[in-house]
Design a protein around this ligand. Structure first.
Ligand code: PMP
Length: 400
């Protein structure tokens, strides 16, 4: 008998399974609003012109040798400047321990492993409910205990459950870890206001919680990379040590290149060096060293003032297209179709996701061939000037 006769079939991935269902459908108007990848106004994947230029400038110049365990150092130092700010005292004083990672997921996984091995506090991480589905297995597989705090309570009002956030973090175990989405919370599209971030910083400080930021959408949320980095930078100003995961999947459209970084702020350059030595010890047996191509592209963009400015404009272009789709969808539902309900959240949410009620999404999938995740998360990036009319009509029908 096979050694694996007793291996049970696992459930399909809840997000990637949506694309499979979409591909199977033969309906001419089918839409995929499941996966959170940016699409242009023709519904096609988008290669940023700055990325194309960077790739052309790199062509033929490099061999395919291994990178060091921590990745391409030009890339990691530029990534740190992008996240923490070029003027950040931590950057200038060499107090950021950083490693290249296999995109944002890999950054989270290295972070989980580092906390599991070296964090002197409580080895439990509080995740918001809801959160990006993959956070839960990432931290469990890292050996941390996963606990939750309230973030959004489905009901009539679409908004942050602020009282729930504060109460749950006040009741959290002192010295544990708390995961914060730096901007464009996935899947709700609802972020704390600057004033709420200030209060969060106080609560987190008073409970000696360790703030662990996941920043998968820098620039993609508001169109401005500085504005989107407000929360981690503010926490640092307030004296917190932080952990930070960066992804270049969305803001550079480098999804499959797997470009990211994991960093920790240190109290001295000497401590930074000790942390980095331990990160290497974790990475070496996991995957030895990260892929090189995407890191070179990101470094070529971030390291060239002209190309960097062009890229910032392209990030803004992507963010603006999504904001435009939010406005159009809101207007169609509220003014044109007079769809029952309050749709103002579609406009107030940030980033690429918005939500409907589960029963509405079921009707959309079954009757209208519109595919999305079961929690009702809609990727606004799947909407464009050609299909938004059909989409609004289907939502209208599903709600009535
Ligand atoms: N964190 C969040 C909140 C995300 O939404 C994503 C992408 N869906 C990631 C991390 C990681 O993505 P990647 O590994 O592609 O960078």
């Amino acid at each position: 008998a096979s050694s694996w006769a007793g291996v049970p079939a696992g459930p399909p991935d809840p997000i990637l399974g949506v694309t499979e269902a979409y591909k199977r459908s033969t309906h001419p108007k089918k839409m995929n609003v499941g996966v959170g990848a940016y699409r242009d106004d023709n519904g096609k994947p988008y290669i940023l012109p700055s990325v194309k230029q960077a790739e052309e400038s790199l062509a033929g110049k490099f061999d395919k040798e291994y990178l060091p365990i921590s990745g391409l150092s030009e890339f990691t130092s530029l990534a740190a400047k992008l996240a923490y700010g070029a003027d950040s005292p931590l950057v200038k004083e060499g107090k950021i321990a950083i490693t290249q990672s296999i995109s944002g997921t890999g950054a989270l996984r290295i972070g989980g492993a580092f906390f599991q091995r070296h964090y002197p506090g409580v080895k439990a991480i509080y995740l918001p409910t809801p959160t990006w589905g993959n956070h839960i297995p990432i931290f469990k597989d890292s050996g941390l205990e996963v606990r939750r705090y309230r973030y959004f309570t489905p009901g009539e009002a679409v908004g942050l459950d602020w009282a729930g956030v504060v109460e749950d973090l006040k009741n959290a175990e002192e010295g544990a870890i708390v995961l914060l989405h730096a901007c464009a919370h996935n899947p709700t599209g609802i972020d704390p206001t600057p004033e709420q971030w200030k209060q969060l910083s106080e609560v987190i400080k008073s409970k000696k919680l360790f703030p662990f930021f996941d920043m998968a959408y820098q620039g993609f949320a508001s169109g401005d990379t500085t504005k989107d980095a407000f929360a981690p930078r503010y926490f640092i100003e307030q004296g917190h040590q932080i952990a930070l995961c960066q992804s270049f999947a969305k803001n550079m459209g480098l999804y499959g290149e797997r470009v990211g970084a994991f960093s920790l702020t240190a109290s001295s350059a000497e401590e930074k060096a000790r942390i980095e030595s331990q990160i290497k010890i974790l990475v070496r047996p996991m995957y030895s060293n990260p892929p090189v191509h995407g890191a070179r592209i990101a470094a070529a963009i971030l390291g060239d003032p002209k190309l960097n400015a062009q890229w910032e404009g392209e990030v803004k272009g992507m963010a603006d297209r999504i904001i435009e789709m939010r406005n159009v969808l809101y207007d169609k539902l509220t003014h044109e179709l007079k769809t029952p309900g309050d749709w103002s959240h579609i406009k107030s949410q940030i980033g690429i996701f918005t939500g409907l009620k589960p029963e509405q999404t079921k009707a959309l999938a079954e009757k209208a061939h519109i595919y999305m995740t079961a929690d009702g998360r809609i990727s606004m990036a799947g909407l464009n000037s050609h299909n938004i009319g059909y989409f609004a009509e289907c939502v209208d029908k599903a709600v009535r």
